[in-house]
Design a binder for this molecule. Structure first.
Ligand code: F6R
Length: 259
């Protein structure tokens, strides 16, 4: 794992935007794995700005991590709508190249169709991940099988409660989601995790320095050969080897600048 610690959340988001833009410059036909959530919003704003400055998404394919079961693409809280409003509608990507698991219909069928599409168009070149406070990636909550494929998952009680604020009074908050599986996520060629803020510090520590365990699904990323963890100072606060990562990154970025 390459751990990149930057002073602020803005710095961390800018770094991730640059990694994605670099991936698209290197391969304009890249397959990207995308995440939703508050942490990603500045990344998508950054990508839209890059697009206005000339970065093209015309040949890019995207796969989103997850969707709430029961929400259609027009629902204000659906991840399909999140992606359309925060990225897809503002760049030159083809609608037919954007895949979000379907929240409508039979979840097992939606999951099968999604996996089949990844098999057809993948592998994912760069998978973007956010991190849940409980260590989840996608909606693979603690206890999820580390060998899982895309499927319907029950959201943890804490996740349902955290999501409640986004839904109207009396509106039912979805209890399940179709999520890319942990094994599916790990098939990406490279993975970038973005986590910012003090609320993520414990999960960051468990992901980077804890044992590999289904109790912290993100810890499986320790087994992947190309993972970059991009965090701000607050999210890095609990890392035992924080100073070591800072030194390693100084050396590595000096080397990168020479090549
Ligand atoms: C979203 C997703 C989730 C979020 C995570 C962090 O597609 O899969 O794993 O990345 O819950 O969410 P925020 O950024 O809102 O803290």
């Amino acid at each position: 794992m390459r751990v990149v610690i930057l002073p602020t959340a803005d710095d961390a988001a800018r770094h991730v935007t640059e990694l994605i833009a670099g991936q698209l410059r290197e391969n304009p036909r890249s397959v990207l794995g995308l995440a939703t959530g508050g942490t990603m919003e500045p990344v998508y704003e950054g990508l839209i700005a890059r697009h206005r400055a000339g970065l093209s998404f015309a040949e890019v394919t995207t796969f989103n991590l997850d969707e709430y079961v029961g929400l259609g693409p027009e629902h204000p809280q659906s991840y399909s709508r999140y992606m359309r409003e925060r990225l897809f509608a503002h760049v030159d990507i083809a609608e037919t190249s954007c895949f979000v698991p379907s929240g409508r219909g039979v979840p097992a069928e939606a999951a099968r169709a999604f996996e089949a599409e990844i098999a057809r168009r993948g592998p994912v070149d760069l998978q973007l991940l956010g991190l849940g406070e409980n260590g989840h990636i996608g909606f693979n909550e603690p206890g999820s099988s580390l060998g899982s494929r895309t499927r319907e998952k029950l959201l943890s009680h804490d996740t349902v409660e955290a999501n409640r604020r986004f839904f109207g009074l009396g509106e039912t908050v979805p209890e399940t989601a179709v999520t890319m599986g942990i094994a599916t996520i790990c098939e990406a060629r490279s993975i970038v995790v973005l986590a910012t803020g003090a609320r993520k510090a414990a999960a960051v520590r468990a992901m980077v320095e804890g044992p590999v365990t289904a109790m912290c699904p993100a810890s499986i990323l320790q087994m992947h050969p190309r993972v970059r963890v991009v965090i701000d100072a607050e999210a890095a606060a609990d890392l035992a080897l924080r100073d070591h990562y800072l030194r390693a990154e100084q050396i590595q970025s000096a080397r990168d600048a020479k090549t």
